[in-house]
Design a protein around this ligand. Structure first.
Ligand SMILES: NC(=O)c1ccc[n+]([C@@H]2O[C@H](COP(=O)([O-])OP(=O)(O)OC[C@H]3O[C@@H](n4cnc5c(N)ncnc54)[C@H](O)[C@@H]3O)[C@@H](O)[C@H]2O)c1
Ligand SMILES: [Zn+2]
Ligand SMILES: [Zn+2]
Length: 400
């Protein structure tokens, strides 16, 4: 019988692990783990390199996950394009998921207190610092933590090379937040982070008091964020949703996910035409509420015009700084008494809410998994990011 170095390392590891567990888990029951993991490391702008690192022995508080896949986020592409965060070299990927193959003996539950075991499907979430003003004095709003961290946005370091999901194995260490999600499909798990963004935005919108069962809601921008927002609103009971975009393919997706009306800005290039179209769809008055999901500063100015007097707006389209925009404070805000709220990321505590949304959406037959239009292997992550930029697809994913 031939046996290669990887297999020997894996057998040794299994035996050691069995010993570490006091012999409770016989070595033969542990899934095999190779000696090395492959990662797609961003080493220069627009340049992923596949690198290989030894898989370390995990500590008593750590978890080793065999990666199944990860969504590519707009933030990943932003960093890939020009390293605005200054993190290069790094392993990107924060929308990932996989199966637990090793568990430190102190790890008994996930962040929600659910029992955890080898073989469980896992996702990671954000980690707040616990020390800043927000963490100390406003613990219900840790999405605003000054130093919020997340796997996949950590510069490469000697302590842990396997700290981003664009890899074959992830080494999760003490102090992380993670959730067992065995009842969600791989595709649902890869969409979970995006769902956390939109379920948080839904809650922010509700804070204005201007969102209810009778609301006609406009969603401006039908990229992954806007489309997930449409599905979130539909699942929550909003049944009149107007989607605005210039991409017919994306508007078709919007219809599938719950939009009842669409406005294509390429067909109606003048703002006044689009405002009239929206008024025609809303008994002549304008939308009761709007979600701004474009990242386009002109769109951020325009959105006020679509909203009726006494309406509400949630601005969620600028996770990155795309510049300034102008509004007319008299017409747009003051005279209309618009209730305006921003939405920023989400807290780890909102992950279970996002899971509940995905389950409910599936139960309602909303075909969210169709959002995943392209899947790429580790050695094609540059192509994957290019596809994202081209806007030919919707949600682009890495598949291990
Ligand atoms: N608030 C948050 O926590 C959060 C989280 C993630 C992303 N974001 C932000 O959400 C934005 C959207 O993300 P995405 O991944 O969906 O991006 P995307 O670029 O894929 O989608 C943006 C969409 O907006 C459309 N658009 C552009 N100008 C428009 C206009 N004038 N009117 C209507 N539609 C217009 C585009 O055609 C495109 O389909 C990003 O700019 C990102 O910064 C926010
Ligand atoms: Zn993301
Ligand atoms: Zn903090």
């Amino acid at each position: 019988m031939e046996i290669n170095a990887n297999e020997i390392a894996s057998i040794v590891r299994s035996v050691l692990n069995g010993m570490e567990n006091g012999g409770a888990a016989p070595a033969k029951d542990l899934p095999p783990v190779p000696a090395t993991a492959r990662v797609a490391m961003l080493t220069a702008p627009k340049h992923f390199e596949v690198k290989e690192f030894p898989i370390p022995e995990i500590g008593d508080d750590d978890i080793l996950v065999k990666v199944e896949g990860a969504g590519i986020c707009g933030t990943d592409v932003h960093e890939w394009r020009g390293d605005p965060f200054g993190y290069i070299p790094l392993v990107l990927g924060h929308e990932g998921t996989g199966e637990i193959v090793r568990l430190g003996k102190n790890v008994k539950t996930d962040t929600a207190g659910k029992p955890i075991k080898i073989g469980d499907k896992l996702v990671t979430s954000v980690i707040s610092c616990g020390e800043c003003n927000i963490c100390r004095l406003h613990p219900g709003e840790t999405e605003l933590c000054d130093k919020q961290g997340v796997y996949g946005l950590i510069p490469d370091n000697e302590k842990n090379h396997l700290c981003g999901w664009f890899s074959t194995y992830m080494h999760i260490t003490k102090g992380s937040t993670y959730f067992v999600v065995n009842d969600l499909t791989l595709d649902q798990r890869m969409l979970l982070e995006l769902a956390a963004v939109t379920t948080h935005a839904l809650e922010q919108g509700k804070k204005t008091g201007r969102l209810n069962f009778n609301s006609k809601v406009l969603v401006q921008g039908c990229g992954p964020v806007g489309l997930m927002m449409i599905a979130t609103l539909r699942t929550m009971g909003i049944d009149r949703i107007i989607a605005v975009d210039g991409n017919e393919n994306r508007l078709n997706f919007a219809r599938k996910l719950g939009a009842t009306d669409v406005v294509n800005f390429k067909e109606l290039p003048e703002l006044a035409q689009r405002v009239q179209a929206v008024k025609d769809m809303t008994d002549g008055v304008g939308a009761d509420f709007a979600y701004q999901c474009t990242g386009n500063t002109h769109a951020a100015s325009d959105v006020y015009k679509y909203i009726r007097r006494g309406g509400g707006l949630c601005e969620m389209g600028f996770f990155v700084n795309n510049g300034e925009c102008t509004i007319n404070p008299h017409f747009d805000l003051c005279n209309k008494e618009i209730m305006l709220v921003g939405s920023w990321d989400y807290s780890a505590a909102e992950y279970p809410i996002a899971m509940a949304f995905l389950r409910r959406a599936k139960g309602m037959g909303i075909p969210l998994e169709e959002l995943i239009t392209h899947r790429y292997p580790l050695d094609q992550m540059n192509e994957a990011c290019e596809m994202n930029v081209s806007q030919q697809g919707i949600k682009i994913c890495y598949m291990a």
